[in-house]
Design a protein around this ligand. Structure first.
Ligand code: NAD
Length: 332
């Protein structure tokens, strides 16, 4: 069994679905069900004994110790986080609590469990930390490799950089068998509709306007979530301990180019776009160099962007029952 934190969120839920399909190995899913967590994303696993769900906080040390003792997972994939940059600008407290303190508590509970394991189980154990390319900051030209210093610019990315470095320190200091991936922007099904792609797609489906930050010149590298979950699984199984692997290499687009594609998909024009004041400290461009994961693990992104985006637009058309209540609750 593996322990997945944040498995009711966008990427965590996709990871669990893909993991169970590919490996069949049971998953213990620990998620606090914040506004971003949604068990509806895992409704297909409702009667599946391979998915054990526990509602709880990664900052709850006693709960973590109980879960380790009861389930003895052989690995951890740590997704749980506050993940929305805009929310981190207006209220960074939850980001510090979950991303930094929560990761610290999880690492400590893991270390204590791992210390008590017999040598063979200790060697086979793996903690995988899911980080983001946003920890590197912003890059005007070229791409970051994994040795680049971290220069995060938002409270979100700073808190993720904190957790990323803390995780790494547990390998360097304690020898905990640990890996880290830093991935670019994901898109796909079950993406909370406050994020740009699902927000724009669902607004346009409902004939509503979409808010574009500033001039729309910011560049993001978009990767289908299935390409991210596959990359994580590859690192979990074959990645070297103590190593960091970038994941990305999808499609770089300016936000205004992405907007054009989403307008086209919805059969709408620019009269549906409202220019809004730019996000504070808005990073201009993210770009990861994925040579390392490509060379060591044979990783390649497989989902062509045009195809992936068309599928996702169709998914939101077909799954109004999933996103409509979320938008109503979050007043989006
Ligand atoms: P998300 O916001 O959709 O999901 C986060 C999940 O974590 C939710 O289910 C939430 O309930 C849970 N959670 C939050 N605080 C918790 C706590 N204290 N204890 C237990 N559970 C808690 O986020 P996402 O987009 O799925 O991102 C998952 C991870 O991947 C994050 O660590 C994020 O930084 C990273 N990441 C995201 C992207 C992206 O494009 N979305 C890209 C790279 C990396």
């Amino acid at each position: 069994m593996i322990l997945v934190t944040g498995g009711a969120g966008f990427i965590g839920a996709n990871f669990i679905l893909d993991w169970l399909e590919a490996s069949g190995e049971p998953v213990l899913n620990l998620d606090a069900l914040t506004y971003a967590g949604n068990l509806q994303s895992l409704s297909s696993l409702h009667a599946d004994p391979r998915h054990v769900f526990v509602k709880g906080d990664i900052g709850d040390r006693a709960l973590l110790e109980r879960l380790y003792a009861e389930h003895r997972p052989r690995a951890v994939v740590h997704f749980a986080a506050e993940s929305h940059v805009d929310r981190s600008i207006h209220g960074p407290g939850d980001f510090i609590r979950t991303n930094i303190e929560g990761t610290y508590t999880l690492l400590e509970a893991t270390r204590s469990h791992w210390n008590g394991l017999p040598a063979d189980e200790q060697a086979a154990f793996r903690f995988h930390h899911v980080s983001t390319d946003e920890v590197y900051g912003s890059i005007a030209e070229g791409s970051w490799d994994e040795t680049r210093p971290l220069e995060p610019n938002s409270p979100y990315s700073a808190s993720k950089a904190g957790s990323d470095l803390l995780a790494r320190s547990y390998f360097r200091t304690h020898g905990l068998n640990l890996s880290i991936t830093r991935c670019s922007n994901n898109y796909g099904p079950y993406h909370f509709p406050e994020k740009v792609i699902p927000l724009f797609v669902t607004n346009l489906i409902d004939d509503k306007h979409v808010p574009l930050y500033g001039e729309g010149d910011n560049i993001r590298d978009w990767l289908h979530v299935d390409d991210h979950t596959r990359g994580i699984a590859m690192v979990l199984v074959n990645g070297r301990a103590g190593e960091i692997y970038n994941i990305g290499g999808g499609t770089e687009l300016r936000n205004k180019e992405l907007t054009q594609l989403l307008l086209d998909a919805a059969g709408k024009d620019w009269t549906y776009v409202d220019r809004v004041q730019d996000r504070l400290g808005h990073d201009l461009r993210y770009s990861v160099d994925i040579s390392k994961i490509r060379a060591e693990l044979g990783y390649e992104p497989l989902v062509p962007f045009a195809e992936g985006l068309a599928d996702v637009v169709q998914w939101y058309r077909d799954n109004r029952a999933w996103w409509e209540p979320l938008k109503e609750r979050a007043a989006l």
